[in-house]
Design a protein around this ligand. Structure first.
Ligand code: LMR
Length: 330
């Protein structure tokens, strides 16, 4: 009797399963969280990645992009990746300090003269090696993405470093950036990107440093009367994922995802190059704030006062790495 019932149940289960059709494997979901607007180099790169994956991998992989700090701030996102709450992000180099000191290199003021120099360094063995600098902590870099060179925006005209003395500047959570502003006798405040507009608008802070595309897309230029075209530092990103997620993927799928990501990065870097000019022009055309240029003598003053910051971080970052990066300027 018992055997008969068991066999009947088994037969019913089989019939139900056949009626439901083949069991489809669930797609791999890649949640990509970032903090900037969609019309920025990073926003465009993430959307391109999503589109390429949808086109090529159809229902095997789905990329969901969450812009504008909708899910996590840059400071929280690395932890979220390790917990598996999101799978990818592209934080600024300035926020990796808890996981590796090597990436602080990118915050050193006046290290790279332009983006071509950054490209040369990143393509080198030393530059590529940095992407594995957090492997032991469970994170791996999948690629570099540029935004551009940083400018200084402020409520006061900043022509020489002495003009910034006593002012409060918002910075990302980087000790190098803190040292850079202390060097000019200003007060650095580590604050999330999502708070910058309000802090500037309410005059809780006097200024901040950022690229043309971030100043434009987040409307900082509407609440800052001056921008000094200082090009004093670089805002670059590393696309990161967790080792666990990445190595857990099927080999062929991983290769395809990486290929799409590489193409999206090339696209994002083109957007970055264009936006450095076009977003600057849009700010000029708005007539909302004055753009200050530096004479060679004024620029030399900023270099002279900020560059000694390198010495303070030489040990942590590694002198060899700093030398290799600096030599990419030639
Ligand atoms: C900032 O916090 O100023 C930037 O890093 C934001 C970004 O991701 O470009």
């Amino acid at each position: 009797m018992f055997r008969k019932v068991t066999m009947a149940v088994a037969a019913l289960t089989l019939t139900a399963a056949l009626a439901a059709g083949p069991v489809l494997a669930k797609p791999v979901v890649i949640k990509f969280s970032h903090v900037v607007a969609e019309n920025t180099p990073k926003g465009q790169m993430a959307n391109k990645f999503k589109d390429l994956i949808a086109e090529r991998l159809g229902d095997k992989v789905v990329v969901e992009v969450y812009p504008n700090s909708q899910l996590f701030s840059q400071n929280k996102v690395l932890e979220a990746i390790l917990l598996g709450d999101v799978q990818m992000s592209a934080p600024a180099m300035s926020v990796f300090g808890r996981y590796t000191k090597q990436l602080e290199l990118y915050d050193l003021p006046f290290l790279f003269k332009d983006i071509d120099a950054v490209n040369r360094f990143q393509a080198s063995e030393a530059g590529q090696g940095m992407m594995m600098s957090m492997e032991k902590k469970g994170l791996i870099g999948l690629g570099y993405l540029h935004n551009g060179m940083k400018q200084l925006s402020s409520s006061k005209p900043l022509q020489v470093p002495a003009d910034a003395s006593g002012l409060k500047f918002r910075i990302m959570s980087s000790d190098v950036l803190a040292a850079q502003f202390k060097a000019i006798k200003a007060t650095p405040l580590k604050k999330p990107f999502s708070e910058v507009f309000t802090l500037l608008q309410t005059r809780a802070i006097d200024g901040q440093e950022n690229t043309w595309s971030n100043i434009y897309s987040k409307k900082f230029f509407e609440v800052q009367p001056y921008i000094t075209e200082s090009n004093h530092g670089l805002l670059d990103y590393m696309i990161v994922t967790s080792t666990e997620f990445w190595m857990g993927l099927d080999d062929a799928l991983r290769t395809e995802i990486k290929k799409a990501l590489d193409e999206a990065i090339v696209f994002g870097n083109q957007v970055a190059a264009e936006k450095s000019d076009t977003d600057k022009q849009k700010i000029i055309d708005s007539n909302r704030c004055k753009i200050l240029e530096l004479s060679p003598e004024e620029r030399a003053q900023w270099v002279e006062i900020m560059k000694p910051v390198w010495g303070k971080f030489e040990k942590k970052i590694g002198k060899d790495l700093i030398d290799a990066a600096y030599s990419a300027n030639n």
